[in-house]
Design a protein around this ligand. Sequence first.
Ligand code: 6CS
Length: 342
Amino acid sequence: MVKARLGGVGLAAAVALAAPATAGAAEWKFALEEAIHEVQGVYATKFKEVVEAESGGEITVTVYPYGTLGESADVTELTQAGVLQLANASPGFTGSIIPEIQVFSVPYLLPEDDAVLNEFFRNSRLIREGFAPLFEEQGLAAIDFYPEGEFVMTTKEPVRSREDLDGVKFRVMTSPLLVETYNAFGATPTPLPWGEVYSSLQLNMIGGQENPMFFVESTKMYEVTDYIVFTGHNTYTTTIVGNLAWYDGLAEEERDILASARSQAFEHIVEYQETLAQDALDKILEAKPEMEVIRLGDDERQPFREAAAAVEAEYVEMAGGRAAEILERFKADVEAAKAAVD
Ligand code: 6CS
């Protein structure tokens, strides 16, 4: 069992976490990497609504948004330790403990078309079953995977080529393959937890970062960068993890409620995101009309695609174990999703 670093947990939150649930009723504590009004919060709100309704009030879901229990690594550790039952744990961070999950960070592997993307997340056997043993080795149950939107780069200088990223200190999440990705893209990758990104941009310690459009808007990244660059290189993926001992100990009825809440929240979040990125971009341009939007054309994307081949090879090398098999299954499931949508 991994020992949780409780350093990031505030006193009030720690007291609340330690408090026993009301006698007879179960409480599922669910921590997020985002605020309650952001994508993970919208998912968790739906999940809570379904669990509480379908259990007739026997189960309460308590949601801890980002800022109450520390960074992503902290809430993952608290889940491994059984202090929390559920958490968002995105591969951009969990790649540090589950190297194979970094397949989600290989550029240009996930489909760009939304219908294909959603079909892939909904029905891929790799996603729905194949990753489970890797999470179990870390004391975690793999409960759900869902996309949170296309990554865009936001930068202080215009980017149209890999040369434009030369010498740019570019913030990435802390999974090692993201360092390889931005090395291959020509930048100087700088892994940082989320809480340090805004101030690092403000103080010019870094010159760019990547995130989905809704997050650029909701966290006001546009205030400290001047360009939004569409490269089409990836989609932000998150996973929901559960404490394995807790998950294994659930009664059949509780498992059914969990499965129902998971699938209803998944469909809810897919629908919720239909216009989210465009709405966020509109809000950014209204708040900061001088923000420049650069959409790389096919020719301009080509060098980034070529760089992705090196990242793919590095993934197999770095993740070892089942990485090569996972990569092939991933590609096969993307092809299956394309065929299903055609
Ligand atoms: O870039 C990050 O670190 C954050 N991005 C998103 C979309 N969600 C949470 C994560 O910490």
